[in-house]
Design a protein around this ligand. Structure first.
Ligand SMILES: Cc1ncc(COP(=O)(O)O)c(C=O)c1O
Length: 231
């Protein structure tokens, strides 16, 4: 800013004529800054960044056509004919998946001891008893061996959690659950995009191996939303 009237002593002012580069913003400057600016022109709108900008500009962040498009795209990608439902968080997706099972007090749900706290919390919120099975020492995942060791007469569901994008343990857990008639919930919060090999059936996407799958789109996840989201 220029402050006419005050003399600078050090460093010595240059001999060149002084030019005032900055000025206090005027009322019009503020008004102009507050006007909505176009975030993307028609060409950029076709790029992923432009599409994102268009959604921001529309103000339709929750539900509506954008969420519907996403549900359809994910259902198509996962080839889930029963579809995908966009929710507010991965934690609530787990609670809703468990509530579908009409759990009664004393019913048990098996889940890995090494997982995110939301898995445990969701079982408690759904009114069931969490039974923690061991996780393997080398990859920290609970495999079919650890899960089946905990199955008992009160087991009503198994929650399998492919952590760190590693879904390799899911096919054998799914096979065992199918064999015993126990519903399998896949918590794919950390493994959207991962695949697992099924014996004799090639590769299948994580989230398509159990009876119901839940995802998280928290910003740190494999696909993150700005804010919180899940499905
Ligand atoms: C394995 C696992 N399950 C569930 C969740 C909960 O997801 P959200 O943060 O969207 O509630 C997380 C999130 O960190 C997770 O890592």
């Amino acid at each position: 800013m220029c402050s006419p009237g005050r003399r600078r002593i050090w460093p010595a002012p240059s001999k060149a004529p002084r030019q005032c580069a900055a000025r206090w913003p005027s009322r019009q400057d503020y008004d102009r800054a507050l006007l909505p600016q176009p975030l993307a022109g028609p060409r950029q709108r076709r790029t992923p960044g432009g599409r994102f900008a268009r959604i921001l500009q529309s103000g339709h962040y929750i539900l509506g056509a954008n969420a519907r498009d996403f549900e359809q795209a994910l259902a198509h990608r996962l080839q889930r004919p029963k579809g995908v439902v966009a929710l507010n968080s991965g934690t609530d997706a787990l609670v809703l998946a468990l509530r579908l099972l009409d759990l009664q007090p004393g019913d048990e749900v098996i889940l890995p001891s090494y997982t995110f706290i939301a898995c445990f919390e969701a079982v408690v919120r759904a009114g069931a008893v969490p039974v923690l099975c061991d996780s393997q020492a080398d990859d920290f995942l609970a495999s079919e061996t650890e899960v089946s060791a905990c199955i008992g007469p009160r087991t009503r569901a198994v929650m399998a959690v492919p952590l760190f994008g590693d879904a390799s343990v899911i096919p054998s857990i799914a096979e065992d659950c199918r064999h015993r008639g126990i519903p399998l919930i896949e918590d794919v919060a950390q493994a959207l995009g991962a695949r697992a090999r099924l014996q004799g059936q090639g590769w299948r996407a994580a989230g398509t191996l159990g009876d119901v799958a839940t995802f998280s789109f928290y910003p740190t996840k494999t696909l993150g939303a700005p804010g919180d989201a899940g499905g």
